[in-house]
Design a protein around this ligand. Sequence first.
Ligand code: SF4
Length: 248
Amino acid sequence: MTLCKARIHSLESFSTQDGPGIRYLIFMQGCPARCMYCQNPDTWDRSGGTLVTADEVFEKIERCLPYLSSSNGGVTVSGGEPFLQPDFLVELFTLCRKNSIHTAIDTSAFYSKDTEAKKINKLLRLTDLFIVDIKSSSINLHKNITGRELEEPLSFIKKLEKKNSPYWVRYVLVPDLNDSDEDVDGLKTIMSNLKNCKKLEFLPYHTLGKHKWEHLGLKYPLENFRTATPEDMKKALDRFGRDYHGKI
Ligand code: SF4
Protein backbone atom coordinates (compact mmCIF):
# COMPACT_ATOMS: atom_id res chain seq x y z
CA MET A 1 0.00 0.00 0.00
CA THR A 2 1.37 3.43 -0.93
CA LEU A 3 1.11 6.21 1.60
CA CYS A 4 1.78 9.66 0.26
CA LYS A 5 -0.59 11.71 -1.83
CA ALA A 6 0.51 13.86 -4.72
CA ARG A 7 -1.17 16.59 -6.68
CA ILE A 8 -1.54 15.66 -10.30
CA HIS A 9 -2.86 17.81 -13.10
CA SER A 10 -4.00 15.07 -15.47
CA LEU A 11 -3.36 11.64 -16.93
CA GLU A 12 -3.05 10.61 -20.56
CA SER A 13 -3.13 6.93 -21.40
CA PHE A 14 -1.52 7.03 -24.87
CA SER A 15 1.43 9.12 -26.02
CA THR A 16 4.14 8.36 -28.55
CA GLN A 17 6.15 11.56 -27.95
CA ASP A 18 7.62 11.29 -24.48
CA GLY A 19 10.01 8.38 -24.33
CA PRO A 20 10.39 5.06 -26.14
CA GLY A 21 7.28 3.16 -27.32
CA ILE A 22 3.78 4.05 -26.19
CA ARG A 23 3.76 6.00 -22.91
CA TYR A 24 1.29 6.45 -20.10
CA LEU A 25 1.67 10.12 -19.19
CA ILE A 26 1.26 11.66 -15.77
CA PHE A 27 1.24 15.46 -15.57
CA MET A 28 2.21 16.60 -12.10
CA GLN A 29 0.74 19.74 -10.57
CA GLY A 30 3.07 22.55 -9.46
CA CYS A 31 6.03 24.29 -11.05
CA PRO A 32 8.47 26.86 -9.63
CA ALA A 33 9.36 28.20 -13.10
CA ARG A 34 7.39 30.57 -15.34
CA CYS A 35 8.58 29.76 -18.84
CA MET A 36 7.50 32.24 -21.49
CA TYR A 37 6.23 29.53 -23.81
CA CYS A 38 4.82 27.15 -21.21
CA GLN A 39 2.05 25.02 -22.71
CA ASN A 40 0.69 24.10 -19.30
CA PRO A 41 0.45 27.22 -17.11
CA ASP A 42 -2.52 25.52 -15.46
CA THR A 43 0.01 23.16 -13.81
CA TRP A 44 1.86 25.98 -12.00
CA ASP A 45 -0.32 26.35 -8.92
CA ARG A 46 1.05 24.00 -6.27
CA SER A 47 -2.26 23.90 -4.45
CA GLY A 48 -4.27 22.95 -7.54
CA GLY A 49 -4.84 19.61 -9.24
CA THR A 50 -6.22 16.39 -7.77
CA LEU A 51 -4.78 14.47 -4.82
CA VAL A 52 -3.97 10.84 -5.63
CA THR A 53 -1.89 7.98 -4.25
CA ALA A 54 0.61 5.98 -6.30
CA ASP A 55 -1.62 2.91 -5.90
CA GLU A 56 -4.53 4.74 -7.51
CA VAL A 57 -2.45 5.85 -10.48
CA PHE A 58 -0.79 2.44 -10.82
CA GLU A 59 -4.19 0.77 -11.04
CA LYS A 60 -4.93 2.89 -14.11
CA ILE A 61 -1.51 2.16 -15.63
CA GLU A 62 -2.07 -1.58 -15.20
CA ARG A 63 -5.12 -1.43 -17.46
CA CYS A 64 -2.90 -0.14 -20.27
CA LEU A 65 -0.14 -2.68 -19.77
CA PRO A 66 -0.92 -4.79 -22.88
CA TYR A 67 -0.09 -1.97 -25.32
CA LEU A 68 2.59 -0.35 -23.14
CA SER A 69 4.51 -3.64 -22.97
CA SER A 70 4.00 -4.72 -26.57
CA SER A 71 5.39 -1.38 -27.82
CA ASN A 72 8.34 -1.46 -25.38
CA GLY A 73 6.83 1.66 -23.87
CA GLY A 74 6.15 2.59 -20.27
CA VAL A 75 5.29 5.44 -17.96
CA THR A 76 6.47 9.05 -18.30
CA VAL A 77 5.98 11.66 -15.61
CA SER A 78 5.88 15.24 -16.83
CA GLY A 79 4.41 18.46 -15.54
CA GLY A 80 4.62 20.90 -14.05
CA GLU A 81 7.89 19.99 -12.42
CA PRO A 82 7.90 16.32 -11.32
CA PHE A 83 10.77 16.85 -8.86
CA LEU A 84 8.55 18.90 -6.58
CA GLN A 85 6.82 15.69 -5.44
CA PRO A 86 9.60 13.08 -5.22
CA ASP A 87 8.01 10.89 -2.53
CA PHE A 88 5.09 10.06 -4.78
CA LEU A 89 7.44 9.33 -7.69
CA VAL A 90 9.53 7.00 -5.55
CA GLU A 91 6.41 5.06 -4.57
CA LEU A 92 5.02 4.94 -8.10
CA PHE A 93 8.32 3.96 -9.72
CA THR A 94 8.91 1.28 -7.07
CA LEU A 95 5.61 -0.27 -8.20
CA CYS A 96 6.65 0.08 -11.84
CA ARG A 97 10.05 -1.50 -11.19
CA LYS A 98 8.43 -4.47 -9.42
CA ASN A 99 6.28 -4.96 -12.50
CA SER A 100 9.10 -4.39 -15.03
CA ILE A 101 7.54 -1.23 -16.46
CA HIS A 102 9.93 1.26 -18.08
CA THR A 103 9.91 4.67 -16.36
CA ALA A 104 10.85 8.14 -17.53
CA ILE A 105 10.78 11.65 -16.05
CA ASP A 106 10.52 14.72 -18.23
CA THR A 107 12.03 17.54 -16.17
CA SER A 108 13.63 20.96 -16.31
CA ALA A 109 15.40 19.99 -13.07
CA PHE A 110 14.16 23.07 -11.23
CA TYR A 111 14.47 21.46 -7.86
CA SER A 112 17.63 22.65 -6.10
CA LYS A 113 15.83 24.77 -3.55
CA ASP A 114 12.74 22.63 -3.40
CA THR A 115 13.79 19.03 -3.07
CA GLU A 116 16.40 17.32 -0.96
CA ALA A 117 19.26 15.74 -2.89
CA LYS A 118 18.75 12.44 -1.04
CA LYS A 119 15.31 12.01 -2.56
CA ILE A 120 16.54 12.86 -6.02
CA ASN A 121 19.29 10.24 -5.67
CA LYS A 122 16.68 7.66 -4.76
CA LEU A 123 14.74 8.60 -7.87
CA LEU A 124 17.85 8.27 -10.01
CA ARG A 125 18.07 4.64 -9.01
CA LEU A 126 14.42 3.98 -9.89
CA THR A 127 14.16 5.88 -13.19
CA ASP A 128 15.11 4.25 -16.49
CA LEU A 129 15.30 7.45 -18.52
CA PHE A 130 15.39 11.20 -17.89
CA ILE A 131 14.32 13.71 -20.50
CA VAL A 132 15.95 17.00 -19.52
CA ASP A 133 14.66 20.25 -21.00
CA ILE A 134 17.20 23.00 -21.68
CA LYS A 135 15.43 26.23 -22.57
CA SER A 136 18.49 28.22 -23.62
CA SER A 137 22.25 27.82 -23.66
CA SER A 138 22.78 31.41 -22.51
CA ILE A 139 22.76 32.17 -18.78
CA ASN A 140 20.89 35.45 -19.22
CA LEU A 141 18.40 34.26 -21.78
CA HIS A 142 17.65 31.14 -19.74
CA LYS A 143 16.86 33.34 -16.77
CA ASN A 144 14.64 35.57 -18.93
CA ILE A 145 12.74 32.66 -20.46
CA THR A 146 12.21 30.63 -17.29
CA GLY A 147 12.89 32.83 -14.28
CA ARG A 148 15.35 30.14 -13.14
CA GLU A 149 19.08 29.47 -13.50
CA LEU A 150 20.63 27.53 -16.39
CA GLU A 151 22.90 26.00 -13.78
CA GLU A 152 19.95 23.95 -12.48
CA PRO A 153 19.43 21.66 -15.51
CA LEU A 154 23.18 21.65 -16.18
CA SER A 155 24.11 20.50 -12.69
CA PHE A 156 21.40 17.83 -12.87
CA ILE A 157 22.89 16.62 -16.17
CA LYS A 158 26.31 16.50 -14.50
CA LYS A 159 24.78 14.30 -11.83
CA LEU A 160 23.34 11.98 -14.50
CA GLU A 161 26.74 11.79 -16.19
CA LYS A 162 28.41 10.93 -12.90
CA LYS A 163 25.87 8.21 -12.12
CA ASN A 164 25.99 6.88 -15.66
CA SER A 165 22.22 7.33 -16.00
CA PRO A 166 20.81 7.47 -19.54
CA TYR A 167 19.03 10.63 -20.56
CA TRP A 168 17.77 12.65 -23.51
CA VAL A 169 17.98 16.42 -23.91
CA ARG A 170 15.12 18.49 -25.32
CA TYR A 171 15.33 21.98 -26.71
CA VAL A 172 12.24 23.91 -27.83
CA LEU A 173 13.26 26.15 -30.69
CA VAL A 174 11.54 29.55 -30.63
CA PRO A 175 12.29 31.69 -33.70
CA ASP A 176 13.95 35.00 -32.78
CA LEU A 177 14.13 34.02 -29.12
CA ASN A 178 16.54 31.12 -28.67
CA ASP A 179 17.45 30.06 -32.22
CA SER A 180 20.33 32.43 -33.02
CA ASP A 181 23.66 31.02 -34.19
CA GLU A 182 25.10 31.86 -30.74
CA ASP A 183 22.28 29.94 -29.02
CA VAL A 184 22.76 26.86 -31.21
CA ASP A 185 26.56 27.03 -30.88
CA GLY A 186 26.19 27.37 -27.11
CA LEU A 187 24.02 24.26 -27.03
CA LYS A 188 26.58 22.44 -29.12
CA THR A 189 29.29 23.36 -26.64
CA ILE A 190 27.17 22.06 -23.77
CA MET A 191 26.37 18.83 -25.61
CA SER A 192 29.95 18.22 -26.72
CA ASN A 193 30.95 17.51 -23.13
CA LEU A 194 28.20 14.96 -22.48
CA LYS A 195 28.94 11.27 -22.83
CA ASN A 196 25.74 9.68 -21.65
CA CYS A 197 23.09 11.63 -23.58
CA LYS A 198 21.30 9.14 -25.82
CA LYS A 199 19.33 11.62 -27.86
CA LEU A 200 18.95 15.33 -28.52
CA GLU A 201 15.51 16.48 -29.63
CA PHE A 202 14.84 19.88 -31.18
CA LEU A 203 11.13 20.61 -30.83
CA PRO A 204 9.40 23.35 -32.83
CA TYR A 205 7.74 26.09 -30.79
CA HIS A 206 3.94 26.21 -31.22
CA THR A 207 1.16 28.19 -29.61
CA LEU A 208 -1.23 25.38 -28.67
CA GLY A 209 -1.04 26.30 -24.97
CA LYS A 210 -1.74 30.02 -25.52
CA HIS A 211 -5.47 29.77 -24.82
CA LYS A 212 -4.66 28.43 -21.32
CA TRP A 213 -2.82 31.66 -20.48
CA GLU A 214 -5.82 33.65 -21.62
CA HIS A 215 -8.16 31.40 -19.66
CA LEU A 216 -6.08 32.05 -16.51
CA GLY A 217 -6.20 35.81 -17.16
CA LEU A 218 -2.45 35.91 -17.88
CA LYS A 219 -0.76 37.89 -20.61
CA TYR A 220 0.97 35.58 -23.08
CA PRO A 221 4.62 36.75 -23.18
CA LEU A 222 5.32 35.57 -26.74
CA GLU A 223 2.33 37.31 -28.32
CA ASN A 224 4.37 38.61 -31.26
CA PHE A 225 6.51 35.53 -31.82
CA ARG A 226 5.81 33.10 -34.64
CA THR A 227 5.79 29.31 -34.52
CA ALA A 228 8.86 27.43 -35.77
CA THR A 229 8.72 26.30 -39.41
CA PRO A 230 10.44 23.26 -40.94
CA GLU A 231 12.97 25.74 -42.38
CA ASP A 232 13.75 27.08 -38.87
CA MET A 233 14.28 23.53 -37.65
CA LYS A 234 16.51 22.64 -40.59
CA LYS A 235 18.59 25.78 -40.10
CA ALA A 236 19.21 24.92 -36.45
CA LEU A 237 20.00 21.30 -37.24
CA ASP A 238 22.38 22.30 -40.03
CA ARG A 239 24.09 24.73 -37.68
CA PHE A 240 24.25 22.20 -34.87
CA GLY A 241 25.67 19.58 -37.22
CA ARG A 242 24.54 16.02 -37.62
CA ASP A 243 27.77 14.49 -36.36
CA TYR A 244 26.64 14.66 -32.75
CA HIS A 245 27.29 11.32 -31.03
CA GLY A 246 23.74 11.22 -29.62
CA LYS A 247 20.82 10.70 -31.99
CA ILE A 248 19.19 13.95 -33.14
S1 SF4 B 1 9.23 24.10 -16.45
FE1 SF4 B 1 7.68 23.24 -17.80
S2 SF4 B 1 5.73 23.40 -16.65
FE2 SF4 B 1 7.22 24.73 -15.64
S3 SF4 B 1 6.85 26.73 -16.53
FE3 SF4 B 1 8.50 25.77 -17.70
S4 SF4 B 1 7.49 24.76 -19.42
FE4 SF4 B 1 5.91 25.23 -17.88
